[in-house]
Unconditional design. Structure first.
Length: 204
């Protein structure tokens, strides 16, 4: 919808699209659009084509649900990673945060969210059945819960703990260096690294 604050409908439309991004208000959206307008055509084309290519070609790792260029993500395809240890995370941002610590050499499993009845997210909406399938193959010895220490994260961890109890695996959680209510992606690398390294047996 055209905004009368702008002299151009094209400008207004572009700002409105950028403003749909999370954490981007109208002022920031306008600044980004004006920045792109000041770039060479080649730079703008590169930006737009990379977004289109990302949307069309990005894949989901068939093992852990991580985002990937191939059927297997770089972590799952790396023969040096310890496949007997699976770190359960909410999303790819948490994988990026943990990888930056360089303290973890196992593999991951991306749930794709957290249980949140108030937001309409049920266990069936998460990648839990694929995690159970991985455990049923008998190659996993330990599952680490590396979920946000929020109410939703704690609820999800407790649900998973009961769900995975039938499997012969050790279940641990990241140490409480990460305070209650914190999100992993905003935790500094040193604290998160220590929390992974000093993980403890999960207690419900």
């Amino acid at each position: 919808m055209f905004n009368e604050d702008f002299s151009s409908k094209l400008l207004a439309d572009a700002v409105n699209e950028f403003a749909k991004l999370p954490g981007i208000g109208k002022k920031t959206a306008l600044r980004l659009v004006l920045h792109l307008l000041n770039q060479d055509d080649e730079q703008v084309e590169l930006f737009s084509s990379s977004m289109v290519k990302l949307k069309k070609e990005i894949k989901i790792c068939k093992v852990c649900n991580n985002l990937s260029d191939n059927d297997l993500c770089d972590v799952c395809a790396n023969p040096k990673r310890d496949v007997s240890i699976v770190c359960v995370v909410e999303n790819i941002k948490d994988i990026i945060a943990i990888e930056k610590t360089m303290q973890y050499q196992g593999v991951y499993h991306v749930l794709g969210g957290l249980i949140s009845p108030i937001d309409g997210v049920a266990p069936s909406d998460l990648n839990i059945s694929s995690l159970e399938k991985r455990l049923s193959e008998g190659k996993v010895n330990e599952v680490i819960f590396a979920l946000n220490t929020t109410m939703e994260g704690e609820t999800t961890s407790f649900f998973l703990y009961r769900k995975l109890a039938e499997f012969s695996v050790n279940i641990s959680s990241i140490a409480r260096g990460v305070g209650f209510g914190d999100e992993l992606e905003y935790t500094d690398e040193l604290t998160l690294g220590r929390a992974i390294k000093n993980r403890t047996v999960y207690q419900s």
